[in-house]
Unconditional design. Structure first.
Lengths: 328, 334, 318
């Protein structure tokens, strides 16, 4: 088991390095860093000097390694557009995105799994068909459209909820700001979190339903029935357990994409998070931010994948056994 | 004559399809006495498994019981409400399926699955149930039961798994076990062991067995009587020795002749020409008539009921004693 | 088992006519059996035809700056007070007729969706076949790349590719190349799914007897792969393609909404919605509402059709 974890960690590091190199390639070779940083009046001599200072004349490998080393210390250079260290810019906006992603993830799980289970157990009931219809709409509506519809309903027409911004935030510690502790903060969180969660929620619901329907047709379920076990035991012990195991992996991976989808939600609701920063950097070709965001996302996904892999192996006894077999 | 434990009369099972109902079982009748082993043989698709599923009430839609009656210890069970049927399963009727690997929940320990079943039917403490489980594992021949009780299904070999399955089906002490192809998924070397275990355990606990298989060897090893099924009907029923050595129905004759034996001269394997008809295209009259070497006019016109021949039964006009045969003679078959 | 025991035979003794065969065909029957599926099919058909026939039914060309008058801008739809009979659904801030803009937008969405799915599918199937059949280090390399790419959601990949492409091309070319960049970016974000599935199927088929036989005869690998293995792995590919079409359309709309897709001079539905969001609070709701409706309907019907196709092609549900 330990060997498995170690191997996966090494693989993850490998992926990070690969992404890091891609980020470096973007950073160095897309556009000219020097020209992006200086004004039009700067003389050629000054540019050459700057190039030298920045180490842009060193061999590519040296530059790549320097980049990776800096990245490992969270030094991502300076933004072309804002003229501030990228790490600071990202850190300032991280709490907004993370809080949003967290609430959306919880929401999608808490709503999605029970709906999926219900839809699987009562396949032909009216409520289940409603869920099916809603889920179809949920995956058909692009995230931004959901956001806009919610705004149209709750902000424009009803005037209940704010349509942009984070509301009042409270500073916790050196760099974290939270919107959980104020009424306006919480109100501002509702629509963006729902928007972000909707797609995931419907995905989870469909997945759980499909998986559970499959599981309910398995032989061991039939045998359990033949042994006279109660429907409750069959559905909520045997079937649910076997449903959730493969669902865990997929759900885990999906949750990672919530952070990616936050880009859209943050744009719709003018939420001051990392996603918005990233989008601006794409529009303004601000490479340092793009590269840093890429690395951050990669890191997050890699960590999530690692956790999910380990979780999966520890939950399914068959996989645990095959691991032990491989070691021996 | 002791009262039958299981009594099936004229059982009809249908499947609703786009083009109308498809009759899968057409008037199946037989009895099983307490403690008796009835073998049910036939080709794939003859309706053996369906009969078992109908008895235990696990027919999946679009299949349904469309007629006839099933009685357990005299009371009807084919029309019971779901909750009462559930109370029967495991406690009075048990069923074993073909593939032991997929019959066990891969994520639960074997001991837990057994304990759960025992506790579902008997009020015992956990500790008492656990002791029973260990005892059962020992009975079905699992070595070191106290250790293996905490194992997962994939940690057992195929034969061991099927023993666990047998223990699971019997741990609530049902009076009837329906065993659907219990050895088919196992290695040949293991099959004999499993049949031995099944025989021993059912005898010990006085359980009757409906042994469904296409393997005559298994029947010969374990059954007291045998019913031969063809195209959703029983074509012959009787004591195993009689049916095996002197089959009455031409299909049964073909079946017995097709079994290669070590002593027989090397030559072509005897086959029954043709194939069993599809359910949507069952011939008029006797279902076997297109393939029967002894066919005559009446076979194509009228369907023969199960005709008594001594204490056996054969659904064949060859054995008609009177011009208008009496009503189904399942009782007389005993 | 009960399934083995029951053989649901398909046809009686006499060979049926074409109509009867069509009626009997499981695919057709399952299509017709669900009213929603039929409705979705009709809607999709209408939308596709509308998209293709755009030049005929659009009342104006929304891309021709000369045809738009800023004076007409922000006109409400015809059926609302203040509306203009010329503009069925009103106009946007450039004075563009929304009805025409939506039709063109539908067409663009469909085209980008279809093309990117084809592109991603072609690359993915090809790489999957190669990886599965050749094995060895080729397989490892392709799968490594796939794994790295799979750690990210498709939309992020598309976003990144789009951004990099625009950075590499000069800003001035942005509008002309937007279409192409979108197709490539979205297409490239999809190939991995196809590659993985096809590789898996190829590995299975590779060991089948008919492939061994073909090799024995001496057929070239290319021939074996294309003529023998490819048809047998297409089933799941179709399923993925149907899912991806909806996702491609959504992705394009999202990228345009975010401002990195199609520009306002050549608007897709997403761009129109982006423009419209600015006018939500000032009361010009139609700029958002109608393109949103069109987009939602398009994706919904594509999804419904995809669902039906998936269920119909799934042998296990029969």
């Amino acid at each position: 088991m330990i060997a498995f974890i170690v191997r996966r960690v090494f693989a993850s590091i490998g992926v990070m390095i690969a992404v890091g190199l891609i980020a470096f390639a973007m950073f160095r070779y897309v556009g000219d860093p020097v020209n992006q940083m200086v004004g039009v009046e700067t003389s050629v001599a000054e540019r050459a000097q700057l190039r030298e200072e920045l180490g842009l004349n060193d061999p590519a490998i040296v530059q790549a390694l320097r980049f990776l080393a800096n990245a490992a210390r969270f030094d991502f250079g300076v933004s072309y557009q804002f003229r501030q260290p990228v790490a600071d810019l990202i850190a300032k906006r991280m709490p907004a995105t993370l809080e949003l992603a967290f609430v959306a993830s919880i929401l999608s799980l808490v709503a999605g799994i029970p709906m999926g289970v219900y839809a699987a157990l009562h396949r032909n009931s009216a409520l289940s068909r409603l869920f099916q219809a809603l889920s179809l709409i949920g995956i058909s509506l692009p995230t931004f459209l959901t956001g806009i519809l919610l705004i149209m309903l709750f902000s424009v027409t009803l005037g209940w909820l704010p349509s942009f911004g984070r509301g009042e935030v409270v500073r916790l510690g050196p760099w974290w700001t939270t919107g959980f502790l104020t009424a306006s903060g919480l109100k501002s969180l509702i629509m963006p979190a729902t928007t972000l969660a909707l797609f995931q929620m419907t995905l989870i619901m469909r997945l759980v339903r499909a998986e559970m329907v499959e599981v309910l047709r398995a032989d061991y379920i039939r045998f359990a029935r033949a042994r006279g076990l109660s429907e409750t035991a069959i559905h909520f012990r045997h079937a649910l357990m076997n449903t959730l195991v493969p669902v865990i992996t997929i759900v885990g991976l999906q949750l990672g994409s919530i952070v990616a989808f936050s880009i859209i939600t943050e744009t719709v609701f003018a939420w001051p998070g990392m996603g918005q920063l990233f989008l601006q950097s794409i529009q303004n070709v601000d490479i340092p931010i793009m590269a840093a965001y890429l690395l951050f996302i990669a890191f997050m996904f890699v960590v999530i994948n690692l956790v999910v892999d380990i979780l999966y192996v520890s939950v399914d006894p068959r996989l645990r056994a095959s691991l032990h077999g491989m070691r021996g | 004559m002791s009262a039958a434990l299981l009594s099936v009369r004229d059982l009809r099972v249908e499947f609703a399809t786009r083009r109308g109902p498809l009759i899968a079982l057409d008037g199946v009748s037989f009895d099983i006495a307490p403690g008796e082993v009835l073998g049910v043989v036939g080709e794939s698709g003859a309706g053996k498994t369906l009969t078992g599923l109908a008895i235990i009430g696990l027919l999946d839609p679009p299949g349904r019981i469309a007629g006839g009656e099933i009685r357990l210890d005299g009371e009807r069970i084919d029309k019971l409400p779901p909750a009462r049927m559930r109370a029967l399963r495991g406690r009075r009727i048990g069923m074993i399926f073909q593939d032991p690997l997929t019959s066990l929940n891969p994520l639960l320990r074997v001991g837990d699955q057994l304990t759960e079943t025992i506790l579902a039917h008997m009020s015992l403490t956990r500790r008492q149930a656990r002791e029973r489980v260990i005892a059962w594992l020992g009975e079905v021949g699992i070595p070191s039961p106290a250790k293996r009780i905490d194992g997962y299904p994939h940690e057992f070999s195929g034969g061991m798994r099927q023993r666990v399955v047998i223990a699971l089906a019997l741990c609530a002490e049902p009076a009837l076990i329906i065993a659907d192809e219990p050895t088919t998924a196992l290695d040949v070397s293991v099959q004999a062991q499993i049949i031995a275990v099944l025989k021993k355990v059912t005898r010990l606990h006085g359980a009757a067995v409906m042994l469904i298989t296409h393997d005559m060897g298994v029947i010969a090893e374990m059954a007291d009587r045998v019913a031969v099924m063809y195209a959703g009907r029983i074509v012959e029923i009787g004591a195993i020795g009689d049916v095996a050595r002197r089959p009455l129905h031409p299909y049964a004759m073909g079946l017995m002749a097709a079994i290669p034996t070590l002593e027989a001269r090397a030559g072509r394997l005897a086959q029954i020409p043709g194939v069993m008809p599809r359910l949507s295209a069952i011939p008029r009259g006797c279902a076997f008539n297109p393939r029967c070497p002894r066919v005559f006019d009446r076979c194509e016109a009228e369907r023969p009921p199960l005709i008594a021949v001594g204490d056996r039964g054969a659904a064949c006009w060859l054995y008609e004693a009177r011009p208008a045969p009496a009503a189904p003679t399942a009782e007389k078959c005993r | 088992m009960s399934r083995a025991d029951v053989d649901l035979a398909k046809s009686g003794p006499a060979p049926p006519s074409l109509i009867a065969r069509l009626r009997d065909n499981d695919l057709v029957a399952s299509f017709l059996s669900s009213k929603t599926t039929v409705a979705a099919g009709l809607v999709a058909l209408i939308l596709v035809v509308a998209g293709l026939a755009v030049p005929l039914i659009a009342t104006t060309d929304p891309f021709d700056p000369a045809a738009n008058f800023l004076m007409d801008s922000l006109t409400p739809p015809r059926f609302v007070a203040g509306g203009d009979p010329r503009f069925l659904l009103g106009t946007d801030d450039q004075g563009r007729d929304l009805w025409s803009a939506i039709l063109y937008g539908l067409r663009i969405s469909l085209m980008i969706g279809a093309l990117s799915v084809l592109l991603g599918g072609a690359i993915g199937v090809a790489l999957g076949l190669i990886a599965g059949y050749a094995g060895g280090w080729i397989d490892s390399v392709i799968m490594r790349i796939a794994d790295v790419q799979l750690t990210f959601p498709a939309i992020l990949i598309a976003l990144l590719l789009d951004g990099v492409a625009h950075a590499l091309l000069q800003k001035s070319n942005h509008e002309e190349t937007a279409f192409l960049v979108l197709v490539v970016a979205i297409g490239l974000s999809f190939w991995v799914q196809y590659a993985r599935t096809v590789r898996g199927s190829t590995l299975v088929e590779k060991n089948r007897d008919y492939v061994q036989a073909a090799r024995l005869i001496g057929l070239s690998p290319a021939r074996i792969v294309v003529r023998h293995i490819l048809p047998n792995v297409m089933g799941p590919v179709l399923v993925i393609a149907t899912i991806n079409l909806a996702i491609a359309i959504i992705t394009e709309a999202t990228l345009s909404f975010l401002g990195v897709g199609l520009p306002p001079t050549e608007p897709s539905l997403g761009t129109l919605i982006r423009i419209g969001q600015n006018f939500l609070f000032s009361g010009e709701w139609w700029i958002v509402a109608f393109p949103s409706l069109a987009l939602a309907t398009l994706v919904l019907s594509v999804n419904l059709l995809g669902d039906w196709l998936r269920d119909a092609l799934n042998p296990r549900l029969k």
